[in-house]
Design a protein around this ligand. Structure first.
Ligand code: 5GP
Length: 188
C-alpha cells in the first residue's frame, strides 16, 4: 500500500508498561498528534470511556466491520479481538497528520508490511519484575488474565528487536520526551 503524507507511528509494549499514560502525556505535549481509537471485544474497565479509550463492541459487530473492510488490521490478544478502524487513519494520513496506533506486536508487524515507512516504537519496562508489580497494582485483571498478560509480555519483549526504536519507561516524562524526539526526527 502506498505511504500517505502523514507520519504513522506504531506504539507497542507489554500490558502494564504505561502506554496509555505515556500517550496521554504525548497528546498533552503535542496536541497535533492524532491517536487512533481501536475497536475491541474486551469488556470496558471501570476507568475507561467508550469512544475515548476504545470502541467497545460485540464480537458480531467486530465481524461485521471486518466483512465490510473497515478494519486496517486486527489481532487476538488473550481472549479478545482488537482492531484499527481504517477510515479515520486513512483520512488523517491524507491530511498530513501524525497518527499513533496503540497496537500489539502481531498487528504492528502487519501494518509495517502495509506501510513500510511507518515507525515502530516499543515501550519497554525497566524489568519484568517492575512490570508485574505495575500490573498487580493496577488491579484491573483477575489472576488468570494477569498471568496470561505476563506470558504475552515475555514474547512481546523478545519481538521488540524488530522495532525501529525501543524506549524504556522508567520515568514517564523522560520517556514521553524521548518519543516526541523520535517523532520529530522522522522524515515523512
Ligand atoms: P488492553 O486490553 O490492555 O487495553 O490491550 C491489550 C493489547 O492490545 C495491548 O498490547 C494493546 O496495545 C493492543 N491493542 C490495542 N488496540 C489494538 C489494535 O487496534 N490492534 C492491535 N493489533 N492491537 C491493539
Amino acid at each position: 500500500m502506498e505511504q500517505k503524507k502523514g507520519k504513522l507511528i506504531l506504539f507497542s509494549g507489554p500490558s502494564g508498561v504505561g502506554k496509555d499514560t505515556l500517550l496521554d502525556i504525548l497528546l498533552r505535549k503535542d496536541p497535533t498528534l492524532q491517536k487512533s481509537i481501536s475497536i475491541t471485544t474486551r469488556l470496558k474497565r471501570e476507568n475507561e470511556r467508550d469512544g475515548v479509550d476504545y470502541y467497545f463492541i460485540t464480537p458480531d459487530d467486530f465481524e461485521a466491520m471486518l466483512d465490510q473492510g473497515d478494519v486496517l488490521e486486527f489481532a487476538k490478544y488473550g481472549k479478545n479481538l482488537y482492531g484499527t478502524p481504517k477510515k479515520p487513519v486513512d483520512k488523517w494520513l491524507s491530511e498530513g497528520k501524525t497518527v499513533i496506533l496503540k497496537i500489539e506486536v502481531q498487528g504492528a508487524a502487519k501494518i509495517k508490511k502495509m506501510y513500510p515507512l511507518s515507525t515502530a516504537i516499543f515501550i519497554m519496562p525497566p524489568s519484568l519484575e517492575i512490570l508485574e508489580h505495575r500490573l498487580r497494582c493496577r488491579g484491573t485483571e483477575d489472576e488468570d488474565d494477569l498471568v496470561r498478560r505476563l506470558e504475552i509480555a515475555r514474547c512481546e519483549i523478545e519481538k521488540s528487536r524488530g522495532y525501529d526504536y525501543i524506549v524504556i519507561n522508567d520515568d514517564l516524562e523522560e520517556a514521553a520526551d524521548e518519543v516526541l524526539d523520535i517523532i520529530e526526527k522522522i522524515d515523512k
